[in-house]
Ligand binder design. Structure first.
Ligand code: ARG
Length: 578
């Protein structure tokens, strides 16, 4: 159910009938205050201004033609020409009945469905994943799940950093380690392995020569070196995959398409750009000079696509990936999740891709930038000794902390149940803390805040869900209430039903803006309204009319399904008790 779209359509029809040119839209918004109805159509003002007419009169003529029979009880003009719409409670009740029994919560499949390529996580395999990759992984995954739920065709692309000169050093190191440890080597700690290789490289000229030679041989496709490289990639990728598994992230091996994949397309891409006159030679390098990025003196921005000496770069790979995603994957929309510091790179990439014809205007390109993760001290998140935080250790700590909390709060659960709950709370808390903040801002990592059972947190939402489940357990086995009529008598019931009916609207907004925090805010509101509904509307108390009881149970059922679905789209699990 998309109330906003439905009302927009009705108001637009009324505007047309009132003789208002089609360029003026209904401009529908949620009312900020129930005093002004549930929705407002604010299009009369702009239309009146352009038509040099009185906005209240225009609003009045719109209302004359507006047919909201069955949908709204009251429509009125307020202020300079707002049209306030008061939805009918009976209509809302009908929608919440539908939501309570529909597996897809009345959310329509997108029409037409888009092919959306989502580039996220993308760790660099030479080193341990860092917190920036954590943000990319969590936010990108939520967008992938949500887009799929809306019926779009989602192509996940894990654009891992698996290519470049540092791999020569790493595979040379791997080769030596393997010969010492008789093949049973496990890459336990990527970071220290990298340090070890680097030290080796800096201190041993023979080793450094070998590392350089391996780079050349790797790029030439030498079989032995290639096999060694592959082995390194597998070992390193296994680290990320372990983390995906623990974090309940939906990326799999099939989604991996790393930088190496584009190796064969780099030279031809540069040649193509040169032939199109978009790239010229400059001091031995190949550069696209983009006037769109000119500095204040008018000097165009330089986007290097091939280094002096012939090496290719991150930019070249992304140009090749752009072509692949549009030509082969048939993307209608491409979302790339990285931290904001890569903003200029992607702006330039998109501009050059448009100019080169790699990305037609119809394909939407979005760099979904996010801010940095900060420590309590307001500086970039680091370990106490100033090192990068290992994500596996971060997850361990989350689980440890949450186990303590759950043991305190839920002593009645057995050890196994406690563990399960603690795991879901921990992972949920880490993810939700990230997802609930405006993506583009920096955010402060704070254990106590994210694990709190109060406020806009995962544990609070998970708790709200279990509270509904406990009511169902008390109510007994029968689900006959699912056939009961929902009646919205109390203010709290009506507010809750209205919120429920807005789920699709919010999902569409998140899809459009790639801003999952709007879904978090929605779920938080939904949980809050549920709590006040329970405070004000008795369900299982003695003396409650059975019809009222069943209506409230059915409404609760819709809420539980919506909470569960919403959290699932964020990659967060619920539990029956906690
Ligand atoms: N591996 C890169 C990094 O860690 C992120 C890659 C993002 N995707 C892309 N197509 N450039 O910064």
């Amino acid at each position: 159910m998309n109330i906003r779209a439905l009302l927009s359509e009705k108001v637009a029809a009324a505007m047309a009938a009132a003789g208002i040119p089609a360029e003026f839209g209904p401009n529908l918004a949620l009312s900020k205050n129930p005093q002004f109805g549930d929705y407002q159509a604010n299009g009369a003002m702009a239309a009146a201004k352009a038509m040099k007419s009185n906005p209240r009169q225009i609003a009045d003529s719109i209302i004359q033609h507006l047919d909201l029979t069955g949908l709204a009880d009251k429509v009125e003009i307020a202020g300079p020409g707002f049209i306030n719409i008061y939805l009918s409670s009976a209509w809302l009740a009908g929608i919440s009945e539908e939501i309570s029994t529909d597996a897809h919560l009345t959310v329509q499949a997108a029409e037409p469905a888009q092919t959306i390529v989502i580039d996220y996580s993308a760790p660099n395999l030479a080193k341990e994943m860092h917190v920036g990759h954590l943000r990319s992984t969590i936010i990108g995954d939520a967008m992938a799940r949500l887009s799929e739920f809306l019926g779009h065709r989602v192509v996940r692309q894990n654009h891992i950093g698996d290519w470049g000169t540092q791999f020569g050093m790493l595979i040379a190191e791997l080769e030596e380690t393997l010969s010492e440890t008789s093949q049973s080597f496990q890459l336990k700690d990527l970071e220290s392995f990298y340090q070890q290789a680097k030290k080796h490289f800096d201190e041993d000229p023979a080793f450094a020569d070998k590392a350089r030679e391996y780079v050349v041989r790797l790029q030439r496709g030498d079989e032995g070196v290639y096999a060694l490289w592959q082995q390194f990639i597998q070992l390193s990728l296994a680290h990320s995959e372990e983390l995906y598994e623990r974090l309940n992230v939906s990326l799999s091996r099939e989604d991996v398409r790393g930088e190496s994949y584009y190796n064969d397309q780099l030279a031809s891409t540069v040649a193509d750009l040169e032939a199109k006159g978009l790239v010229v030679e400059d001091q031995g390098a190949k550069v696209a000079f983009l006037e769109e990025f000119a500095d204040k003196d008018g000097k165009p921005g330089a986007y290097i696509v091939q280094k002096q000496g012939g090496g290719f770069l991150y930019a070249t790979t992304d140009l090749a990936a752009m072509q692949f995603r549009i030509q082969t994957l048939k993307a209608d929309r491409i979302l790339i999740f990285t931290d904001a510091r890569q903003g200029l790179h992607f702006k330039q990439l998109f501009t050059l891709s448009r100019k080169a014809g790699y990305a037609p205007d119809a394909v939407e390109l979005v760099h979904c930038a996010f801010g940095m993760m900060m420590g309590a001290d307001g500086k970039p998140f680091k370990t106490r000794s100033g090192g990068t935080v290992k994500l596996a250790e971060l997850v361990d700590e989350a689980i440890e902390r949450s186990e303590k909390l759950v043991a305190e709060k839920n002593p009645e659960l057995d050890a196994e149940q406690q563990q399960e709950v603690a795991r879901k709370v921990a992972i949920g808390a880490v993810k939700y803390a990230d997802l609930s903040k405006t993506r583009t801002n920096d955010y402060v990592f704070n254990w106590d805040a994210m694990l709190s059972f109060e406020g806009n947190t995962a544990p609070y939402l998970q708790y709200a869900y279990t509270r509904i489940q406990s009511i169902f357990r008390k109510a007994g086995e029968s689900d006959a209430y699912l056939r009961a009529a929902i009646v919205l008598e109390h203010e709290q019931e009506r507010a809750l039903a209205l919120k429920l009916a807005q789920f699709e609207e919010v999902l569409l907004q998140v899809y459009r803006e790639a801003m999952p925090h709007s879904l978090c805010a929605y779920l938080y509101d939904l949980a809050g309204l549920t709590m006040s509904f329970y405070e004000n509307c008795a369900i299982l108390k003695e003396g409650v009319d059975p019809a009222v009881r069943d209506s409230r149970l059915r409404l609760s059922h819709g809420v539980a399904s919506t909470l569960r679905c919403g959290l699932d789209l964020l990659g967060i699990e619920v539990m029956e008790r906690m």
